[in-house]
Design a protein around this ligand. Structure first.
Ligand SMILES: [Zn+2]
Length: 454
């Protein structure tokens, strides 16, 4: 809305939906109708549309006509239909920007079902007690949800702001309602966080080592308990076996599908636990430190396979694969993204420094030497005038990262200018995005003429 000039922070608030069995079935019907509508649109745009790309108006008219003529499509509210079209158009825009892959059909299995409820006023959100809330869903009725977080603008103690819409999504562990929220709070001015600086070293043995002597290690337990991990391994072995016995070109067997569904449950649990820990730890870091230094790691390069070629097979392939899995399981890029936006909200800054020699350089005298690293875990300086250590190697790296980050932030124009530069300093460079732009012939309005087949 135009009249609101107040600073807003847009956030999603995802709460657990608890529909009755009848409501759940209706939700699934709506989800599948939305998915099929997407597929119809995709088919129409890519296969049957004339060489000219149809306009949004034409697509909208086609949807209205389909809703009148196709019975099962009428279970999906008209507003949700519009939203599918919007998302479809956005998917092409994302593809042309180079940030996402080409839009494709949504398969019946392995697609996250979702239904949009874009009008917040139609939701008529109510609170039953401290645990439960209720919302109106079109063509379904009042559905309960767990009120596990405060929603803006509802009740006396709620944060200031408003809800602009919602979306229903089906995850592995059930349906959720995702509220689109606007929180009316001013983000802190860049560089206004006067907390101390800190260096953070990411690793596998210790997830995060910091240069703060009060809390040198930030740890978490294994994401899955031993029994859960064992169950996951067993299921993965079973899936691999069923995959091997599958015939080429045949559709996926029901048994394999079933195994994959069961695998997704512990994997999803792992993901939720990781996100929980990451949110807690990044909130703490962003609130405490004004400048956060972190190594610029190329995760995709680090997790390249050691397999080598057929002529020259690599060494330690299985070990490297295990390390790769451990790196991927940490979800570093996700952690960095959280750290960046939370730090920005607090008026601090995240500075990425090159990961050059940070593990071999002595944080006391600055000399880098391969012999400084006594083992994977222990660092001791070999410079006879220094003799720093032995200390934990990750903590030594964290000190180096802190020094580099402070140096980078104070040159050339100080912290405020760094924060203002934002993504250009710590995100992808513009050149990298340019490279990813698709070639011209991939653009649908320039597709090769299909007259040969007509
Ligand atoms: Zn030294």
């Amino acid at each position: 809305m135009k009249e609101s000039k107040r600073p807003v922070a847009q956030r999603m608030v995802k709460l657990r939906l608890c529909p009755t069995a009848r409501q759940e079935a209706a939700l699934a019907d709506q989800g599948h109708a939305a998915r099929t509508l997407w597929n119809l649109l995709h088919e129409w745009y890519t296969l049957y549309a004339p060489n000219r790309w149809p306009s949004l108006k034409e697509a909208d008219d086609a949807i209205r006509q389909a809703r009148r003529e196709i019975g099962w499509l009428s279970v999906l509210p008209a507003q949700a239909c519009q939203q599918v079209l919007k998302q479809y158009a956005q998917a092409w825009r994302n593809f042309w920007n180079g940030s996402h892959g080409r839009p494709d059909f949504h398969a019946r299995v392995r697609t996250r079902l979702s239904v949009d409820a874009p009008q917040a006023s139609a939701l008529k959100i109510g609170r039953l007690n401290h645990k439960w809330g209720e919302a109106n869903l079109a063509l379904i009725g009042r559905v309960r949800f767990r009120y596990s977080r405060e929603l803006p603008g509802l009740g006396r103690r709620a944060p200031e702001g408003r809800i602009t819409g919602a979306r229903l999504v089906r995850e592995v562990n059930g349906w959720h309602i995702v509220f689109r929220c606007e929180f009316h709070r001013a983000p802190a001015a860049p560089g206004s966080h006067h907390g101390p600086g800190v260096g953070i070293d990411r690793g596998v043995a210790v997830p995060l080592a910091t240069s703060d002597p009060d809390q040198p290690y930030l740890r978490h337990g294994p994401w899955l308990h031993p029994k859960e991990a064992e169950r996951l391994r067993r299921l993965e072995r079973r899936a691999a076996r069923q995959q091997r016995s599958a015939r080429r070109g045949q559709p996926t067997s029901r048994r394999l599908q079933h195994t994959r569904d069961r695998i997704s449950e512990p994997r999803n649990r792992e993901k939720r636990r990781r996100a929980d820990w990451q949110h807690k730890v990044t909130t703490m870091l962003a609130a405490r430190y004004g400048l956060i230094g972190i190594e610029r790691l190329k995760v995709s390069a680090m997790t390249a396979s050691a397999r080598g070629s057929a002529k020259q097979p690599g060494k330690g392939v299985a070990q490297k694969a295990g390390l790769n899995r451990a790196i991927q399981r940490e979800g570093w890029s996700c952690l960095l993204r959280m750290l960046e936006y939370k730090s920005r909200e607090h008026g601090g800054a995240v500075v990425q420094v090159p990961a050059f020699n940070t593990s071999l350089r002595c944080s006391a005298c600055g000399k880098a030497d391969a012999r400084n690293r006594k083992s994977q875990a222990v660092f001791a300086c070999t410079n006879p005038e220094c003799r720093y250590g032995p200390v934990n190697a990750d903590v030594n790296s964290a000190y180096n990262i802190k020094t580099d980050a402070i140096r980078a932030a104070s040159w050339p124009r100080g912290l405020a200018s760094l924060a203002a530069l934002g993504s250009r300093v710590d995100g992808r460079s513009v050149a990298a995005w340019r490279k990813r732009r698709p070639r011209r012939w991939l653009r649908p309005n320039r597709q090769p003429n299909r007259s040969g087949t007509a």
